[in-house]
Design a protein around this ligand. Structure first.
Ligand code: CU
Length: 328
C-alpha cells in the first residue's frame, strides 16, 4: 500500500509540532525561575524556543532529505530542470516569518510592559525612596551615621503601638503593607543595600517572598549593572542618575547577584546574593539587623571612651612587648 504525500506531510507536521512544543518546555537552558517576572520572561523565551525548534527541524530536515534524495548518481552528468522562481512559494515564505515576527513583537512588548520596562508603574510613585537615596560616598558611612534605626518605623510593632504608627507619614505605612523599598549603591567592587524605612544597611539583598520589591539604583564611581539571573532581570546602575527595578520574588532561596557591566579589573568579583525569606524570617532578619547596628553604635561609643585607659593594660601581652624590645 502506497501512503499518499498529503498523509506524509500531515504526519511530519504533527511530529514536528509535538517535538517543538516538547523542546520549548524542556530545553533546560535557563536557571530556576524565582520571580513573577521570571515566569513571564520564560513564557516568552519558551515560545520563541518552540518556534525556533520547529524552523530548525524543517530547514535541517529538508536539507538532509534533499542531499540524499537528489544526490548525484554515478554516470549522471546532466543538470537538473531549470527553475526560475516560484511566486506563491516566495509569498508564503515571506508571509509566515512576518506573522511569526509580528506575534513575537506583540508578545515581547506585552511582557516588557508587565515587568515595568516602560517606566514607573502606578505603584512606583513613592517620594520617600527618592528623598532618602544615598549621595555618592555616603553608603559605607551610613552604617554608623544611621545609628538610631530602632527609632525608625518597626514593621512588627505597628499593631501594638498605635501612637507609633500614627506618627508615621502615610507613605511609609503604605510601603509596609505593599512593596519593600531598597536603595542599592554600586561601587568598585560591591553592592550596598539600604532599607530606607529602617536604616538597615547590608551587603546582601534580603527580601520577603511574595511581596513587590522596588529597588532604587545609583552608582558611586562607574556604571555597574544589577543582574539576578533567577529573576531574569538586569538594570544598569549609573553615577548621578537613579534607575529602578521592581520585582516580586516567588521562590524561597539564595540567588546570585552579579555585576553585568565591565566596571574595572575586579569586575568579575563583584557579586553578592539575594536571599528570599518568608515574611516572618524577613521580619526577624530586619529586627536583628536593627539591634546589631544599634549595638555597633554602642560599642563604638564605648570603645572611644575606653581607648586611653587601655594603654595601661599593655603589660598583659608580654610577648608583644618582648618582640618590640628586640627592635631597639
Ligand atoms: Cu561592577
Amino acid at each position: 500500500m502506497k501512503i499518499p504525500n498529503s498523509i506524509w506531510t500531515l504526519l511530519i507536521g504533527i511530529v514536528l509540532t509535538l517535538a517543538s512544543l516538547w523542546y520549548g518546555q524542556n530545553h533546560g537552558l535557563l536557571p530556576s525561575a524565582a520571580s513573577d517576572e521570571a515566569d513571564l520572561v520564560d513564557g516568552l523565551f519558551n515560545s520563541m524556543m518552540t518556534v525556533s525548534t520547529g524552523i530548525f527541524l524543517i530547514v535541517e530536515g529538508v536539507i538532509i532529505y534533499c542531499a540524499i534524495r537528489y544526490r548525484r548518481r554515478a554516470g549522471d552528468n546532466e543538470d537538473g530542470p531549470p527553475v526560475h522562481g516560484n511566486v506563491p512559494l516566495e509569498i508564503l515564505w515571506t508571509a509566515i516569518p512576518a506573522v511569526i515576527v509580528l506575534g513575537i513583537s506583540v508578545y515581547s512588548f506585552d511582557v516588557y510592559q508587565q515587568i515595568g520596562g516602560l517606566g514607573p508603574s502606578k505603584e512606583n510613585t513613592n517620594p520617600v525612596a527618592t528623598e532618602t537615596r544615598s549621595a555618592p560616598g555616603t553608603a559605607v558611612a551610613a552604617t554608623l551615621s544611621d545609628g538610631q534605626p530602632l527609632l525608625a518605623s518597626d514593621p512588627q510593632s505597628d499593631g501594638d503601638n498605635p501612637a507609633d504608627s500614627e506618627a508615621l507619614p502615610a507613605s511609609v505605612k503604605v510601603n509596609d503593607n505593599s512593596e519593600i523599598v531598597v536603595n542599592v549603591t554600586g561601587l568598585q567592587y560591591a553592592f550596598i543595600f539600604t532599607y530606607p524605612d529602617t536604616g538597615v544597611v547590608s551587603g546582601e539583598l534580603h527580601v520577603p517572598e511574595g511581596r513587590q520589591v522596588k529597588v532604587n539604583m545609583n552608582a558611586n564611581d562607574v556604571i555597574h549593572a544589577f543582574w539576578v539571573p533567577e529573576f531574569r532581570l538586569k538594570q544598569d546602575l549609573i553615577p548621578g542618575r537613579q534607575t529602578e527595578l521592581s520585582f516580586t520574588p516567588n521562590k524561597l532561596g539564595n540567588y546570585p547577584v552579579v555585576c553585568a557591566e565591565l566596571c574595572g579589573p575586579y569586575h568579575g568579583a563583584m557579586r553578592t546574593q539575594v536571599i528570599v525569606h518568608t515574611q516572618e524570617d524577613f521580619d526577624s532578619w530586619m529586627k536583628q539587623q536593627q539591634i546589631a547596628s544599634a549595638q555597633q553604635m554602642e560599642q563604638a561609643v564605648a570603645l572611644a571612651s575606653y581607648t586611653e585607659p587601655m594603654g595601661i593594660s599593655s603589660e598583659i601581652i608580654p610577648n608583644d612587648m618582648h618582640a618590640a624590645h628586640h627592635h631597639h
